[in-house]
Design a protein around this ligand. Structure first.
Ligand SMILES: Cc1cc2nc3c(=O)[nH]c(=O)nc-3n(C[C@H](O)[C@H](O)[C@H](O)COP(=O)(O)OP(=O)(O)OC[C@H]3O[C@@H](n4cnc5c(N)ncnc54)[C@H](O)[C@@H]3O)c2cc1C
Length: 266
């Protein structure tokens, strides 16, 4: 790791000003991704701006919208009674991220900003019509996630919170990589009064995406059986050391079936 200065501002405005001072400045939340990158000298920063004291930990429920502060850890989400009461799928998702250390340190803001193609939260945020509130604007999920490890965030923009709609029913199922627990394929299914939204992580060559074939089938009938005849094309899906694209195509349907069963049983 190259030497650097660590600063912990006590407000989000100060953090944003420090970040805007130089391209060599970066914010750190849980550090679960950024610190290993710095340790391996894959990245270099002059100033690291810690967001712990910026008051971004709130979890709030207002008029059918759940707002989660960017610094809420996976542990916070997995232990929130408010979230569990309105959307237990999110609690379950957070409680299966990585291991205890990752869940204690890793944050929802860091996860969204990092947009790892195998991360779990991007699927939830896409399926739950998420809106990301930053120091500059509000961004719809569909616009926010751009490509693998790429979002539409500007260099000097910080995520403050994410707002999610409360579904009638929802569930997340992932086929975890046995070593890291990241999703080899993860599917978040959300049922709203007027639409079904299904988002897939871990599989798309361009990162998280909505699967229209499965959404269409579930709109006709919200049951696992309605997915029995679906065979997805492997085109546009990743092949890597963990799984070939056609296997991922199979897993998407299977994870969706399991998610629908779980959502229906709640
Ligand atoms: C062993 C291991 C297993 C894991 N397993 C899973 C898993 O199963 N599922 C899963 O979803 N994830 C998994 N993760 C990822 C983990 O959950 C963290 O969410 C992820 O590392 C990023 O969150 P962080 O708070 O640690 O971000 P950091 O490491 O602090 O930051 C990551 C990046 O985001 C930027 N950033 C951080 N916060 C903000 C913000 N508020 N606004 C703008 N930019 C910001 C940083 O500058 C940096 O570029 C795993 C990680 C590890 C190390």
């Amino acid at each position: 790791m190259y030497s650097l200065t660590y600063i912990k501002p006590d407000s989000i405005d100060k953090a944003a000003s420090l970040l805007a001072e130089s391209d060599e400045h970066k914010v750190v939340s849980g550090g679960m991704t950024l610190l290993p990158t710095l340790k391996q000298r894959l990245a270099r920063v002059e100033k690291l701006i810690g967001l712990e004291d910026c008051g971004l930990n709130n979890i709030a429920l207002n008029s059918g919208i759940l707002t989660i502060g960017a610094m809420a850890s996976h542990y916070d989400v997995s232990h929130s009674a408010d979230i569990n009461a309105k959307n237990p799928a999110l609690v379950e998702l957070a409680s299966h991220i990585g291991d205890r250390q990752v869940r204690n340190r890793g944050t929802i803001g860091g996860s969204l900003a990092n947009n790892d193609p195998s991360a779990c939260y991007p699927a939830a945020v896409m399926a739950l019509k998420g809106t990301i509130l930053t120091t500059k604007r509000e961004i719809e999920a569909e616009e926010f996630f751009v490509d693998l490890f790429e979002t539409c965030l500007e260099e000097d923009e910080i995520i403050k919170s994410v707002s999610l709609l409360i579904p009638e029913a929802a569930a997340y199922e992932k086929f975890p990589n046995p070593a890291s627990r990241y999703a080899m394929v993860g599917v978040f299914v959300a049922k709203f009064p007027s639409e079904i939204r299904v988002a897939v992580t871990g599989a798309g060559e361009n990162g998280v995406y909505r699967c229209s074939e499965i959404e269409h089938a579930l709109s006709n009938s919200f049951s696992a059986d309605s997915l029995s005849d679906i065979t997805l094309s492997a085109e546009g899906l990743m092949s890597d050391i963990h799984a070939e694209a056609d296997y991922r195509a199979h897993l998407i349907v299977e994870m969706a079936r399991r998610a629908v069963n779980k959502a229906s049983s709640r």
